[in-house]
Design a protein around this ligand. Structure first.
Ligand code: ANZ
Ligand code: ZN
Length: 850
C-alpha cells in the first residue's frame, strides 16, 4: 500500500464528494443518498462567518470543524443531515476592510468570498455546497428588504427621533446591543450620544415572550442567563407624587404652565415600593427637566444651565464619573405620609428607563445614599437589619417607621404594599424591561437600502413588493460621511422617486439596515435558495426547522441570538412559519488561545490554517484541533501537538494497510508460537465494544477531545495485537479479523473524513464511509466477568479472591473458594466456624471462636 499522502487523498475526496453530492440532501423527499432508507431531517448549523480577505484563522476553523464533526456523526447515525454554509458579506466589518485595502466593498466582497470558500472547502466539512447564501447579493437582500416591509406593515417598524449611540470612528449609529461597556462592538471606540431620526424595530413588544420561552431552550446556560439579564424584567410599581401647590406659588409659578391640571404630578418607577416611607427626595433626569422647560417651566437660570450642561455631558458618554445634580426649586408630596420632598435634577437618573424620574430612598439604595451624602440630604431608615450610618442597606428585613406597614416582612410583602397603593389610588403594579427597541438604521453604504419612501402627503410608505429589491447603487463616493447621513443621501438618482401610494414625488430612505438583520433570518433561507418567488417555502421550512443543532460563539448571546429569536417570533405571528424559536439547541464553542490570548486579528496572534493544511493535511489539523481541549472550552494551539497528531494518523494508515495486505485466517499459531484463541478474541471484542460505547457517548455530547483519546486507546490496544501476531514472524500468524480495523476507521471518520474515506474504500467498501452506519456496541460484552471478594475472619481481612460472577451467586461456592486461600486456611487454623456472613459480590466473613 501507498504512503499516506494527505494532499492527494484530500483533494480526491473533496472533489468526489462535491460531484456525488453526498452532503446535499433532497430537502423535499428527504431520501438519504444512495437510495438508502429515509432518514430523519437534521439541520446542523454553524453560525455563518462574516469574511474579510485575510480569511479564516485556525480559531474560526476550530469552530467550523467542531460543528462538522457533530453533523458527520449524526449523518452516520442515520439522520438526513443538512449542513449549509454561506457568509454575511454585508456590513460595517466588510466595509471597513474595503476602506483599509482601498477597494470598493462590492469588489472586495467577491475576493473575500472566493478566499473564504476556498478555505472552507480545504478543511473538508460536509457542507451542502449547492445551497450557499451570501447576504450581499440582490437575490438575498431582496428578501431582507421584504422582511423589513412585512415588519413595517405589521406595525413593528417605526421611525423616530431619539438619543442614540453613535460611533465616532465607524460614523454610524449603533443598536444598544452593539455597545459593549460603552464601546463600539466592532471597533472599540467610546460611543457618543446623538439625537437623530432613526428606524427601530419593536422588539420590546416581544420582551415577555422572549423571556417566557427561555426555560424550554436547550441552550448553554450562560447564554440563557445573558439573555434574561439583557431583557431585564423588573417588577415594581408606578407611584404618583403630586407637586406641591404652595411651592408653585412660592416660586413664581414654576409649574403653572407645566401640565394641565390635574396631571401636574411626577410619576416614578420603583422596584421597592416597600421603602416609600423612606423616600426623602425625588430625582428627575436632565432630559425630563428639559422637556418641562420646553413646555414653559420657568426655572431659575442655574437650573436651566445645569440641565443644558448635563445633557451635553451625556452625549460624550465617558466612563463613570461623579454624580452631579441641582435642586429644581420645587417640591412634591409623598403620597403615603404627605411629607414634602425636594425635587432634584441629576444625571444618575436615565431618560430611557422607567419614567425618567425616581423617588430617592438613600437608606436603602446605594446610588441615592451617595447622592444624599454628597448634597447633605436626609436619610430615613424603613427596613431594619442594616447599619445605615455607613452605607445603604439593600437587604431583606422588617418594615419599620412606615405606619400601617410596620412589621411586614420584605421582600415577601411587596405585593401587599402594591395592593395597598392601588386601593388608595396612589400607584399601581408595573413591569419594566431593560430591553430597548432595536435600532436598525445605519448611515453607511454597504448594506441593504431600507425599503421605505417618504412622501410629504402620505408620509412613510414601504416600497411595493414587486419593486424589490431596492438595489444598492454603484457609486464612487461610498465612504461614511459622519454627518449623520448615509453616503446614499446625496445620490439624487437614488433618492428621488415616486410615492408608491399617490404617485407624487417622494424621497427614498438613504440609510441601510443593520447587518444583524441580514443574519437574523438566513437560517430560513438556506433551505430555500432555489426558490425565487418567496423568501422561503413554508413546507420546506416546516420540515427542516427549527435548527436542530446550532453552534457558535457565546459573544453573540444578546446580539444575533436575540435578534433571530425576535424575527422568528414575528414571522410566526405573521403566519409565515409555524414555530417561534429558531434554534432548538445552541451550543457555545470555546476559543483557541495562542500565546495566552484569544486568537484574533487585532491581537496579531493569528494562525492561518492554510500552511498547516498543505504540510500535514486537513485531517491532521482537524483531529488536532478537536483534541486540544473540551470543545466548549477551546485550548492552546501548539505546533508540536499538531505533529503528534500527524504521527498518529500515519500509524492508523499503516495499521490499516498491514491488515489489508494480508488476509489473516483465524485461530492459527503465529511465528512466535502465540495463538489468537477465543480468549484473545473476547478481549478484542471487549475493547472494541468499549471504544464504540465511549466514542459514541463522547461525540454525542460534543466531548471531542476525550472521544479522540478513546480512539487512541483503542488503536493502541488493537495495534498491539496486530504487532504481536504480525506476519513478520511467520506466514501462519495471520489471525486477526478486519472488523477491528474497520471499527477504528469508522470511529475516526467524523474527525478525519478524507483519510478514513480512502481507507474505507481500500477495505473493500463501495459506498462512502460518511453515509455508512455508525458502529453499534454489544452491551453484554462490556460487563465485568469477575468480581473481587474480600475474605475476612472475625472482621479482619485476610485475602481478596477473584470469583466469576456465576460462582459469586452461590454462597456455598464462594465459601469453598475462600477456604482454599492459603492465608485464610492458615488463619482459620482448623477452628470451628460459628457463622458465615456473605455480602453478595463483596465480602465473605467467617466468625470463629477463639
Ligand atoms: C426606589 C428605590 C428604593 C429603588 C430602594 C431601589 C432601591 P431595575 O431593577 O433596574 O428595574 N430607577 C428607576 N428608574 C430609573 C432611571 N430612569 N434611572 C436610574 N434609576 C432608576 O431598577 C429599578 C430601580 O432603579 C428603581 O427602584 C429606582 O430606584 C431606580 F431601596 O426606587 B428604586
Ligand atoms: Zn404619497
Amino acid at each position: 500500500m501507498k504512503q499516506y499522502n494527505p494532499t492527494e487523498v484530500e483533494k480526491k475526496w473533496q472533489e468526489k464528494w462535491e460531484k456525488d453530492k453526498i452532503y446535499s440532501p433532497n430537502l423535499d423527499s428527504s431520501k438519504k443518498p444512495f437510495g438508502k432508507v429515509q432518514g430523519k431531517p437534521f439541520y446542523n448549523l454553524m453560525m455563518f462567518p462574516y469574511p474579510s480577505a485575510e480569511g479564516m484563522h485556525v480559531g474560526n476553523m476550530y469552530a467550523f470543524t467542531g460543528a462538522d464533526v457533530y453533523g458527520r456523526f449524526m449523518r452516520m447515525k442515520g439522520n438526513d443531515v443538512f449542513e449549509p454554509i454561506g457568509l454575511d458579506g454585508f456590513g460595517i466589518h466588510s466595509e471597513n476592510y474595503a476602506i483599509k485595502v482601498g477597494k470598493n466593498p462590492a469588489e472586495q466582497a467577491k475576493i473575500s468570498e472566493e478566499n473564504f470558500y476556498r478555505q472552507l472547502r480545504s478543511i473538508g466539512n460536509s457542507y451542502d455546497w449547492t445551497r450557499t447564501v451570501e447576504t450581499y447579493k440582490p437575490e438575498y437582500y431582496k428578501w431582507t428588504q421584504w422582511l423589513f416591509v412585512q415588519l413595517f406593515k405589521a406595525g413593528l417598524a417605526y421611525k423616530k427621533k431619539a438619543l442614540v449611540n453613535f460611533c465616532p470612528k465607524d460614523l454610524t449609529v449603533l443598536a444598544d446591543e452593539q455597545v459593549i461597556d460603552g464601546r463600539c462592538e466592532r471597533c472599540g471606540s467610546i460611543v457618543e450620544k446623538k439625537e437623530l431620526e432613526q428606524w427601530f424595530f419593536k422588539i420590546t413588544d416581544y420582551a415577555q415572550r422572549l423571556l417566557d420561552n427561555i426555560p424550554e431552550l436547550n441552550w448553554s446556560q450562560k447564554v440563557k442567563v445573558a439573555q434574561e439579564n439583557w431583557i431585564g424584567r423588573s417588577e415594581g410599581a408606578l407611584v404618583r407624587f403630586v407637586i406641591l401647590r404652595e411651592a408653585k406659588e412660592l416660586d413664581s409659578s414654576p409649574l403653572q404652565d407645566l401640565r394641565a391640571e390635574p396631571q401636574n404630578d411626577i410619576e416614578v418607577f420603583t422596584t421597592r415600593p416597600d421603602t416609600l416611607f423612606g423616600a426623602t427626595f425625588i430625582v428627575i433626569s436632565p432630559e425630563l427637566a428639559k422637556s418641562w422647560l420646553e413646555i414653559g417651566w420657568k426655572a431659575s437660570t442655574e437650573v436651566g444651565k445645569y440641565t443644558e450642561e448635563a445633557l451635553l455631558e451625556r452625549s460624550s458618554q465617558e466612563d463613570i464619573k461623579e454624580k452631579t445634580g441641582i435642586f429644581s426649586g420645587i417640591y412634591a408630596i409623598n403620597p403615603v405620609n404627605n411629607q414634602k420632598l425636594p425635587v432634584w435634577i441629576a444625571d444618575y437618573v436615565l431618560a430611557g428607563y422607567g419614567t425618567g424620574a425616581i423617588m430617592a430612598v438613600p437608606a436603602h439604595d446605594r446610588r441615592d445614599f451617595e447622592f444624599a451624602k454628597k448634597f447633605d440630604l436626609p436619610i430615613k431608615e424603613v427596613i431594619n437589619g442594616g447599619n445605615i450610618e455607613n452605607e445603604a442597606y439593600e437587604g431583606e428585613g422588617e418594615i419599620i417607621n412606615s405606619g400601617d406597614w410596620n412589621g411586614w416582612k420584605t421582600p415577601e410583602s411587596i405585593f401587599k404594599v402594591v395592593n395597598w397603593l392601588e386601593k388608595e389610588g396612589i400607584g399601581e403594579k408595573q413591569v419594566n424591561y431593560h430591553l430597548r427597541d432595536w435600532l436598525i438604521s445605519r448611515q453607511r453604504y454597504w448594506g441593504p437600502p431600507i425599503p421605505m419612501i417618504y412622501c410629504e402627503k402620505c408620509e412613510w410608505q414601504p416600497v411595493s413588493e414587486a419593486d424589490l429589491p431596492v438595489l444598492l447603487p454603484e457609486v464612487k463616493d461610498w465612504k461614511p460621511k459622519g454627518t449623520g447621513k448615509s453616503p446614499l443621501a446625496t445620490i439624487e438618482s437614488f433618492i428621488n422617486t415616486k410615492c408608491p401610494n399617490c404617485g407624487g414625488p417622494a424621497k427614498r430612505e438613504a440609510d441601510v439596515s443593520d447587518t444583524f438583520l441580514d443574519s437574523a433570518w438566513y437560517f430560513l433561507r438556506y433551505a430555500c435558495t432555489d426558490i425565487e418567488s418567496s423568501a422561503f417555502d413554508a413546507e420546506r421550512v416546516k420540515k427542516w426547522l427549527p435548527v436542530n443543532m446550532y453552534i457558535g460563539g457565546a459573544e453573540h448571546s444578546v446580539l444575533h441570538l436575540l435578534y433571530s429569536r425576535f424575527i422568528t417570533m414575528a414571522l410566526a405571528d405573521l403566519k409565515f412559519i409555524d414555530f417561534e424559536e429558531p434554534f432548538a439547541r445552541f451550543y457555545a464553542h470555546g476559543l483557541i488561545i495562542k500565546d495566552g490570548a484569544k486568537m484574533s486579528k487585532s491581537k496579531g496572534n493569528v494562525i492561518v490554517p492554510d500552511k498547516y493544511i498543505s504540510k500535514f493535511g486537513a485531517d491532521a489539523l482537524r483531529c488536532y484541533l478537536m483534541f486540544l481541549g473540551p470543545f466548549s472550552a477551546g485550548g492552546d494551539f501548539r505546533d508540536s501537538g499538531l505533529e503528534g497528531m500527524n504521527r498518529f494518523l500515519k500509524r492508523v494508515w499503516k495499521l490499516s494497510s498491514d491488515v489489508l495486505s494480508i488476509k489473516y485466517p483465524f485461530g492459527q499459531s503465529s511465528g512466535r508460537g502465540q495463538v489468537l484463541n477465543m480468549e484473545n478474541a473476547k478481549e478484542l471484542d471487549r475493547a472494541m465494544n468499549l471504544a464504540i460505547k465511549q466514542v459514541t457517548d463522547d461525540v454525542g455530547n460534543l466531548k471531542y477531545n476525550t472521544a479522540i483519546a478513546h480512539i487512541m486507546e483503542y488503536y493502541n490496544f488493537i495495534s498491539d495485537y496486530y504487532t504481536k501476531y504480525s506476519p513478520r514472524f511467520g506466514e501462519a500468524g495471520k489471525i486477526l479479523d478486519t472488523k477491528y480495523c474497520k471499527t477504528l476507521v469508522l470511529l475516526l471518520a467524523p474527525f478525519a473524513p478524507h483519510m478514513t474515506e480512502e481507507l474505507w474504500e481500500q477495505l473493500g467498501n463501495k459506498t462512502s464511509i460518511h453515509v455508512s452506519d455508525w458502529p453499534t456496541f454489544d452491551e453484554s460484552s462490556l460487563e465485568e466477568k469477575e468480581v473481587n471478594i474480600a475474605v475476612s475472619i472475625n472482621g479482619k481481612t485476610r485475602d481478596v479472591i477473584k470469583v466469576s460472577k456465576e460462582d459469586a451467586k452461590d454462597q456455598k461456592v464462594v465459601e469453598q473458594l475462600a477456604k482454599k486461600s492459603a492465608n485464610v486456611e492458615k488463619n482459620l487454623d482448623g477452628k470451628k466456624i460459628i457463622n458465615t456472613i456473605y455480602v453478595k459480590e463483596k465480602i465473605i466473613n467467617f466468625v470463629i471462636s477463639d
